[in-house]
Design a protein around this ligand. Sequence first.
Ligand code: AHR
Length: 331
Amino acid sequence: MKKIFGLATAGVILLTLAGCASGGSGGGDAGAAAGPKPTDELVVGFAQVGAESGWRTANTTDIQNSFKDAGIELKFSDAQQKQENQIKAIRSYIQQGVDVIAFSPVVETGWDAVLNEAKAANIPVVLTDRAVDSQDDSLYVSFLGSDFIEEGKKAGQWVVDEYADSTDPVKIIQLEGTTGAAPAIDRAEGFADVIGADDKFEIVASQTGDFTRAGGKQVTEALLKANPDVDLIYAHNDDMGLGAIEAIEAAGLVPGEDIKIVTVDAVKDGMQALADGKINFIVECSPLLGKQLVDIVNQINEGETPEKRIITEETTFTQEQAVEALPDRQY
Ligand code: AHR
């Protein structure tokens, strides 16, 4: 008899796990009524987005180290920012019969078919970092990650405060993350919500830099030519902000002074640029999700119901705070 999981009714999630009499390998056994599996027999498949940014590299390292420390086998795949690769990886984990599948969806849409396949195979799915926009929330057990709308709002609030005494128009370039990705959609929304209250703020151009340094540089070079009088760049991550710094310097301008820069993430390179005065403000997005993901896997194995939404704790950094925080920054 196989495990049955993930029935969400009127906001209440019922996790029902039934035993596996055959003792066969892989999926469907975790959290069985016969009792949890020994930790060293658990297998988790993790489908990562790619290696597009310093944040992503830190996230991968943290997840791999956390599972190693917990003594749980982790199968890992890198989708190189392509949804089709992630879907292939998830299908392969289903075929291999892993106990839990975790993944960080490259974009929000288009997951229902493969998530239904995981559900049919009785393999619990955990979303990490990014959300899917599926109407059926029984397709995943838990979603662990940041509140990206809140991050966008924090960035917007800094901009509002910074220009509080100015009556002149404030021209903004926005460097968007990967088109269709939850952090790109939500960070744009949160930011627009806050700056939208005052019409002196104008987003004069908004384009994707795909969360990469090269993308941020290339897009900024082009947008600066069309908007030489821009006041501020809002980049959806540090890497694109770091690319923008290169483009601003190549244009003979001073980043952080001639053009202010606000980013999201707070990885070491971003924090260094903030401490150096080249970035003006960073909203933190923590990549350290590994230990919490291990906890969720253990809860599933024990037959417990993890919280449906677990929001990561995060802060913000000014230039002075970056100088203080840098020596202890883990990533
Ligand atoms: O989903 C989190 C985002 O993805 C990070 O902010 C960005 O750096 C990464 O590529």
